[in-house]
Design a protein around this ligand. Structure first.
Ligand code: GZL
Length: 337
């Protein structure tokens, strides 16, 4: 009996020793560290604006709209206390791309890119992504794959074009012939506005001719002069769709020189700048479709969220309206741009 008990004891001890030495076959494999959200900074989740360096390779200074947009970013940086790496590309994409590359080298926290045209951004956006730098597309849109940037914040340009078309449809129920002064060729603003305008314009309203004025007063003046050489105001065309107020102001100079009077033509512009409001007060514009340039605060807020690892919406569109001459004089003093 004693020997049996001794044997049983030895078997229990041996199995305990073996169990303790056996590999932990049932332990779950070590979990990989959780991927941190793209663009999250080392100061997350407590990053403040003092930790942020925002690259803002502005496309140019071609219009009052653009001037207000730039001021919106500079004043926001001043107010919040973040560093703004600003440059002016003079409406040249190659300059914007060089500025983005310089910011990548600098290792900025975020790039806020207002693209002058829609195409040609895939390579540099891929470089930014590979460098771990988040990009927010600001104002106009890009055709690049959305996986290459965090978000787009700006206007619905197609809707702006549709709103302009609605004004012509209302004015000319029996039809009309009109001209178009379009914005920068290939820009998201000009492409979208032209698309929306044509989508909704009634079929009995004909666009007799369309030329670009590159969103500037200086370039719109000769285009309007050439139009007036070719077409008789009132007879060959009864209205003009103009993609921004600055080109509208350039066009007015040519119309005045040709003896056209305020109200002779039905003109719809876009932006809603002070210059556009003045043109409505003076009777030249019969409507001005709003396009808001004051994007600095929204972009700064989104950039900080990204630095703190928070998720952001892929596309943030500005709520906008249409302004009319009937209250333009009253609103003009209140306009911020
Ligand atoms: C629109 C913006 C356009 C404005 C123009 O969001 O990109 O560019 O309508 C500006 O005034 O030049």
């Amino acid at each position: 009996m004693f020997r049996f008990k001794t044997l049983a004891f030895l078997i229990v001890v041996a199995s305990m020793v073996l169990a303790a030495c056996a590999p932990a076959a049932t332990q779950a494999p070590a979990q990989p560290a959780a991927e941190k959200p793209f663009g999250q900074a080392s100061c997350a989740p407590n990053c403040g604006y003092k930790d942020m360096t925002m690259c803002f390779p502005q496309l140019g200074a071609e219009s009052d709209w653009r001037t207000a947009d730039t001021a919106s970013f500079k004043s926001e940086a001043e107010k919040d206390g973040f560093k703004l790496v600003f440059s002016d590309a003079q409406q040249k994409q190659e300059n914007q791309i060089s500025a983005v590359r310089a910011c990548i080298q600098q290792g900025v926290s975020v790039i806020a890119l207002p693209p002058v045209v829609e195409d040609g951004w895939d390579a540099v956006l891929t470089e930014a992504k590979n460098a771990g730098i988040p990009v927010i597309i600001v104002d106009r849109s890009v055709s690049a794959d959305p996986s290459l940037y965090m978000s787009h914040i700006g206007s619905d340009m197609v809707l702006e074009g549709q709103r302009a078309a609605a004004e012509f449809n209302k004015k000319f129920p029996s039809g009309a012939k009109i001209l178009e002064l379009s914005g920068t060729t290939g820009s998201g603003a000009a492409v979208g506005r032209a698309k929306g305008f044509r989508q909704d314009l009634n079929s009995n309203i004909t666009i007799v001719d369309s030329q670009t004025g590159n969103f500037t007063r200086a370039e719109a003046l000769p285009v309007m002069q050439a139009f007036l050489q070719k077409y008789k105001a009132g007879t060959d065309f009864q209205g003009i769709f103009i993609h921004n107020d600055d080109m509208g102001i350039g066009a007015i100079e040519a119309l005045k020189a040709a003896g056209v009077k305020p109200g002779d033509l039905f003109i719809v512009s876009v932006d809603g700048t002070r210059g556009g409001f003045q043109a409505m007060v003076d009777g030249w514009f019969q409507a001005d479709v709003e396009c808001n340039p004051l994007l600095g605060p929204q972009v700064a807020e989104m950039a900080l969220k990204i630095m703190n690892g928070q998720s952001v919406d892929k596309n943030v569109l500005t709520n906008e309206t249409v302004y009319y001459p009937d209250n333009a004089a009253e609103l003009l003093p209140t306009r911020q741009y």
